[in-house]
Design a binder for this molecule. Sequence first.
Ligand SMILES: [Zn+2]
Length: 341
Amino acid sequence: MAKFRLVTRKSLKRLAILAALIAIALVVAWWVMIRMPGASHRGPLPALTEAQASLATELESHVRILAGDLAARSAFAPNRLESAAAYIESTLAAVGLSPAREWFEIASPRAQCSNIVAEIRGTTFPGEIVVIGAHYDAVMSQPGADDNASGVAAVLALAKRLAPDPQERTLRFVLFANEEPPFFKTDQMGSLVHARASKARGDRVVAMLALEMLGHYDDTPGSQRYPPGLGLLYPDRADFIAFVGNVGSRALVRRAIRVFRANASFPSQGGAIPAGIPGVDFSDHWSFNKVGYKAVMITDTAHERNPHYHTRGDTPDTLDYERMARVVEGLGHVIRDLASN
Ligand SMILES: [Zn+2]
């Protein structure tokens, strides 16, 4: 009896230690990966400024063209993909930039594809580069308004606003082909082509921002979903923009969201989360991480929120251009900060 009691006490003690260790590990994980600097905006959004209203109109116009006449812009419809590239190219040229094509050939389907690249040379540290990127292809024959005409519209609008205002570091705007399946994470993925070429040239990419779906929001309780386990740590309303990176890009994720929160009255959440968690590496930042650059994805969280994800329903009417404008304006501050040493 005495012996039995001893064993029970011993195992209870072990259980208690194990529970304490797990609790400590969870707190450390939260501290390192989830806790972000600054505070997310709470409460009603302030009235839209004139600049935000005109930005909203501009974003909507780009999305309506890309997801309208240029819907189904994919290597499976090479003419559409090329028309979208030409639209992007002419829009960048119209604001005084000199866009270049980065051509590459893919085997299946056999096609010539291109990324579109435009730089604003840095005034003080031109060899240090901040990449602002978005994929311009859509999945198969879908309109791809949120995914990812919204990200392209944001890049075009940001390039327009930054073109007359060079920063210390070089800004490189890149619109990528072939992010969508079946090209994702293959040699045919435009951002991987670009990241590898950058690495081979020895480009000093100090930060990469992947703008991946910025237009879908919902204030309904329960409208936001998460990969398993993360839902306990984040809000359940899909009313925020997310800053997501892997653990290696933690400093960049934290800097980006800190500057966003200091300058934008808009809810934001962030995480520097192991890339193995589903969704964390689901965009072009993956390519930059793969070759060793730090990168962060800015996203409305895609399939975790948008019911139209990868369907015919991903149309321009389902986007909230006013909230998008608030986000894009905030990203302008983030880019200016990252581009100053
Ligand atoms: Zn997609």
